[in-house]
Design a protein around this ligand. Structure first.
Ligand code: VGL
Ligand code: ZN
Length: 206
């Protein structure tokens, strides 16, 4: 059972990241059951929602001749070009229909600035523009963060690592996450999370 200072942060469990979606993660919908079960154990629940304008710079379609999953150099460094996904107000941006959302205290949207992608729930991909989540958590005295959702190697990884760097106790429930695994990104994510002091755990161990 979670303590008063614990928050469950559920990352991007949206239709477009699930089978049939525009940027489907293998087996992505398998996180819904474990995440709904985890929610029973937490008093503070936060959902994040990837939320891009149609002209977003992370979409391959907005770069002439660029293939999805190729890399470009953005002003802030390398950026993967993704298939169009999670467009503001489109069905693909909705939460998975079976995800429980009624107990969430906060739905944090990210990636809404055209020129900057945002994997982390804390900072956009320029690593400088804050989303406001750290301030929200600190004001509420939520100091221990448990992450689950999609995708392990992108938005979960960046969120969990930023949380640890910001001084939160940070833990990822690996069985309640699934990965995109582009060019070894899952192995790299595990390694980076471990090095940052993020605890990799499972639902049964919580
Ligand atoms: C994500 C790629 C692009 C994620 C979001 O939620 O992991 N990945 N946008
Ligand atoms: Zn995105």
């Amino acid at each position: 059972m979670a303590r008063n200072e614990d928050a469950l942060v559920i990352i991007d469990v949206q239709r477009d990241f699930c089978p049939g979606g525009a940027l489907a993660v293998n087996d992505g919908d398998a996180v819904v059951g474990p995440i709904n079960a985890l929610q029973e154990r937490f008093g503070a629940i936060i959902l994040t929602q990837d939320w891009h304008p149609a002209d977003h710079a992370s979409f391959a379609d907005n770069h002439a001749g660029a293939a999805p999953f190729s890399l470009v150099e953005a002003a802030y460094g390398p950026q993967v070009l993704w298939p169009v996904h999670c467009v503001q107000g489109a069905p693909g941006a909705d939460f998975h229909p079976d995800l429980r959302t009624d107990r969430a205290d906060l739905i944090l949207r990210k990636g809404y600035r055209r020129a900057i992608d945002s994997y982390s729930a804390f900072f956009e991909n320029d690593r400088a523009t804050p989303t406001g989540l750290a301030g929200y958590l600190r004001e509420r005295g939520l100091t221990r963060l448990v992450f689950a959702g999609l995708a392990t190697d992108y938005c979960v990884r960046f969120s969990a690592v930023d949380a640890a760097r910001l001084g939160f106790a940070s833990c990822v429930v690996m069985d309640a996450c699934r990965a995109i695994d582009l060019d070894g990104s899952l192995a790299a994510a595990r390694e980076e999370m471990r090095a940052a002091g993020v605890a990799l755990t499972s639902s049964g161990d919580l």
